[in-house]
Design a binder for this molecule. Structure first.
Ligand code: DC
Length: 223
């Protein structure tokens, strides 16, 4: 059976995960958050004292020890690193930065991309990330580049964290986001960029429901 793949790329904080998740739920697709996989790989490095920026060799040599599993439960997508549920821990800021740093390593990408392509072969998926349209699923039936102004992305992230009761500083969030944008866009392997055939969706002026509707509309056009 041939399944449908929807590929969504875009910078940090554009709302890719929440919008993709809602659209997938409403259309009965499986949502695959590839950023969570890079985050889990970063957490492995952090917990094992590996200096991601200065000691890539050690991480590459130990990649076989990194077992990432994504499961779908009634609590939504759960991410397991070597059998442990790390779904909450990987959302913390040190892991966000670490994920952007591990994502420049070709060997890490090869391992995770193989897992992503395998998942897309077994279900109708909405997969989000940075290189899904350009590299992971170049034949996806729907390709979207979801973005928003840097200011509104930082502001949304700030509000999300505040809502969770976490201490946060808008300026620091903005700086971390700029670091990740630059790192993700300028790396040599599979950098973040809009695929020529992806539809650009700018959510700066759209609220959450409008963004979900827009994505669903683009998907329904090909169903
Ligand atoms: O989407 P996210 O913020 O959870 O992603 C975390 C980091 O992982 C991001 O800064 C870059 C990297 N990433 C990537 O390089 N390629 C992907 N397909 C997904 C994420």
């Amino acid at each position: 059976m041939n399944y449908i793949s929807v590929a969504i790329d875009g910078p940090a904080g554009a709302g890719k995960s929440s919008v993709s998740k809602a659209a997938a739920q409403s259309l009965g697709f499986t949502y695959i958050d590839t950023g969570a996989m890079y985050r889990a790989a970063a957490l492995f490095a952090i917990e094992n004292g590996i200096d991601i920026r200065n000691d890539r060799e050690t991480l590459i040599n130990r990649l076989e020890e990194v077992k990432i599993v994504i499961r779908y439960t009634d609590k939504g997508q759960r991410v397991y690193l070597n059998g442990r549920d790390v779904s909450e821990r990987i959302r913390e800021e040190d892991v966000s930065i670490g994920a952007s740093d591990v994502a420049v390593i070709q060997e890490v990408r090869d391992k995770l991309v193989a897992l992503q392509r395998k998942m897309a072969r077994s279900a109708n998926v909405i997969m989000d990330g940075r290189d899904i349209c350009t590299y992971v699923l170049p034949n996806a039936q729907v390709k979207i580049f979801l973005t928003a102004s840097a200011e509104s992305r930082a502001q949304r992230r700030y509000e999300q964290l505040k809502e969770k009761g976490e201490e946060c500083d808008l300026q620091k969030i903005r700086e971390d986001m700029e670091y990740r944008d630059k790192n993700d866009s300028e790396r040599a392997v599979a950098p973040l960029k809009k695929a020529d055939d992806a539809v650009l969706v700018d959510t700066t002026e759209l609220n959450f429901e409008q963004s979900v509707e827009k994505i669903k509309e683009l998907i329904k056009n090909v169903l």
